[in-house]
Design a protein around this ligand. Structure first.
Ligand code: ADP
Ligand code: MG
Length: 579
């Protein structure tokens, strides 16, 4: 007996639809992308019950003719691809001709459309994989597609959907992804009658500010890089505005949103040492690349892609993010030129030429910060507030506040340093740049110290002994499971070598890293937190200036190795606003 038969078309379509339409947000994405491909200038999305009850997308694009308004529901019918070669050069969002057929297989669709060359519009109602009504209607140019009762014919799938809140969030995510990559198009999102987004046509920066929030205006750092035919453009967020969740991270390749953990790593890696652990930076990056160097065709929902030379893209992304961050870091909005004392000891150049806007924001009127902060220095001394006015020569003297803070005026700004973090950064960079051969700063100990370890800890010591030497310890193996320390890094105050070396072992053990350079970073980070350049409770002016000068000689002066801010700046307007 023959037992094989062809599946009915409706069932085959449902199965195929499973790949493309997983939830209401997939419909929103596909419909918006079709509207974008149809060159629309205005796109409106209306959802009800998290899209489960109804999703409507209305556009003012090229619309469809009568024939196309029927054909578009057939699987593999597309206006965007005609030959196999096209597949490799495709520039539209869609190209498979699967979306409408899939949506029609799992919901009830009403399509209204009018092509610009037609006098009259067309309406098609599609249900159970067939047309149930087709008529002429009067309609403005463009297309409106309404998908109702999602998964009405597959209750099991419907039951798998998440809560309305979560499904609405997925829809918003898709909406935002499209809105970001097409700032030249106006977008509206209406959820039940409430307008959630109304995004006017604009440029990328303004689009990001209107999608996220006003305060992003000061959070965005531009990113630009070009290498041959590959370009990277977009914005990254300032380190201090990183979030606890990953939500605001977007990479697009040829304007298509993608997910790529490898590139994500390139970016987060560039922020290393600037943001706290478990925090995520904001980024929106657009990579443009020749279509033959990338394969967008490996996944039906199309968020994963393959680059021909993934390493090259990785390095390019990393270098462009690093460059932008560096520019932002070495050019804090302080007018270094206004303070000759402050810069005279610095042996590095600050790029101010690229920072004209910042310079301009400096007015000429000078304020004396000691006057403003006199009440901090001397408690209950209102009198002093008015007395010490001949302060020009005091202007740049740093002042210690409580134990940890240093106040210092630079130009028209008041900087408040946390000197513990500053010292960590200084040491971190000093040791990071040192290596075994060039490091000579060891101070010989009068009495050697012997340390014994468990066999498993001793194994770790063996792995990291060269790194320990590279920061200035004179350390050697001494019999089984022991080491002897004959010298310590010089120029540091009061260090407890036993505690520090044991700390290294703990750090490496807890972090479980197999990568050599990461181990070295762990050791240096741990060391920079335990060692001190100056360990006094009360700092002299010379010591405070030394810390500040050395901090600004660092490549990354803004953050401690753990990503804590080393200093904050108070502009004159901020201080004035305090009163
Ligand atoms: P694809 O986008 O991969 O071509 P779809 O199933 O999403 O496949 O759409 C099929 C075809 O229907 C498209 O190629 C396009 O010609 C037409 N179409 C769909 N949506 C619209 C729209 N909003 N405006 C104009 N044409 C559309
Ligand atoms: Mg499509």
């Amino acid at each position: 007996m023959n037992i094989i038969s062809q599946l009915p078309k409706s069932v085959a379509n449902q199965i195929a639809a499973g790949e493309v339409i997983q939830r209401p947000s997939s419909i929103v994405k596909e419909l918006i992308e079709n509207s974008i491909d149809a060159k629309s200038k205005n796109i409106k999305v209306i959802i009800k019950d998290a899209g489960k009850q109804s999703i409507t997308v209305i556009d003012d694009g090229i619309g469809m003719t009568k024939q196309d308004s029927v054909k578009c529901f057939e699987r593999h019918s597309t206006s965007k691809l005609s030959t196999a070669e096209d597949l490799f050069t495709v520039k539209t969002m869609g190209f498979r001709g699967e979306a409408l057929a899939s949506i029609a297989a799992v919901s009830e669709i009403t399509l209204k459309t009018k092509n610009q060359s037609d006098r009259i519009g067309h309406q098609v109602i599609f249900r159970d994989s067939k047309i149930v009504e087709q008529k002429e209607i009067s309609f403005q140019q463009g297309t409106s597609i309404n998908a109702k009762n999602l998964f009405y014919n597959i209750p099991a799938r419907r039951n798998f959907l998440k809560s309305d809140n979560l499904e609405t969030k997925y829809i918003i995510d898709e909406f935002i992804r499209c809105a970001i990559s097409h700032p030249e198009v106006s977008f509206i999102l209406v959820n039940h009658k409430a307008e959630m987004y109304n995004l006017k046509k604009t440029n990328l920066k303004k689009r990001l500010i209107s999608v996220f929030k006003k305060s992003y205006e000061n959070n965005l750092i531009e990113c630009k890089e070009k290498y041959g035919a590959i370009s990277i453009d977009g914005y990254i967020g300032k380190p201090e505005n990183s979030k606890k969740t990953r939500g605001e991270q977007f990479i697009y390749v040829n304007n298509r949103f993608i997910k790529n953990p490898y590139l994500n790593h390139a970016i987060t890696n560039s922020y290393e040492g600037m943001i706290e652990e478990k925090k995520f930076p904001f980024y929106v990056l657009f990579i443009k690349i020749n279509t033959d160097l990338v394969d967008i065709n490996i996944h039906p929902t199309k968020t994963e892609i393959k680059f021909e030379d993934e390493k090259l893209i990785y390095n390019l992304v990393k270098s462009s993010v690093k460059k932008s961050l560096e520019k932002f870091n070495v050019s804090p909005s302080i007018d270094f030129n206004a303070d000759i004392n402050f810069t005279k000891n610095l042996d590095f150049k600050i790029k101010t030429s690229e920072n004209k806007e910042v310079e301009k924001s400096y007015s000429n009127k000078k304020k004396d910060w000691e006057k403003i902060f006199a009440n901090v220095k001397v408690e209950n001394s209102d009198k002093l507030l008015f007395e010490n006015t001949s302060s020009i020569e005091n202007e740049n003297k740093p002042v210690q506040f409580l134990e940890n803070f240093i106040f210092k005026q630079v130009g028209e700004k008041l900087l408040i340093f946390n000197h513990k973090y500053c010292q960590q950064r200084i040491l971190f960079e000093k040791f990071k740049n040192s290596n075994l051969k060039s490091f000579t700063n060891t101070q010989q100990s009068l009495f050697p110290q012997y340390l014994e370890f468990s066999p498993s800890d001793f194994r770790i010591i063996k792995e990291i002994i060269d790194d320990i030497k590279s920061i200035g310890f004179n350390i050697d193996f001494f019999g089984e499971n022991s080491v002897v320390i004959n010298g310590i890094p010089s120029g540091l105050d009061d260090i407890n070598e036993k505690e520090i070396i044991e700390g290294f072992v703990e750090e490496v053990k807890n972090n479980n890293s197999d990568i050599k350079s990461e181990k070295r970073d762990l050791i240096i980070k741990s060391f920079s937190k335990k060692a001190k350049i100056i360990n006094n409770k009360i700092l002299t002016q010379i010591e405070m200036n030394l810390i500040i000068d050395r901090l600004f000689a660092c490549k990354n002066s803004k953050y401690s190795p753990d990503g804590k801010q080393n200093y904050i700046e108070l502009g004159i307007d901020k201080v004035e606003n305090l009163f």
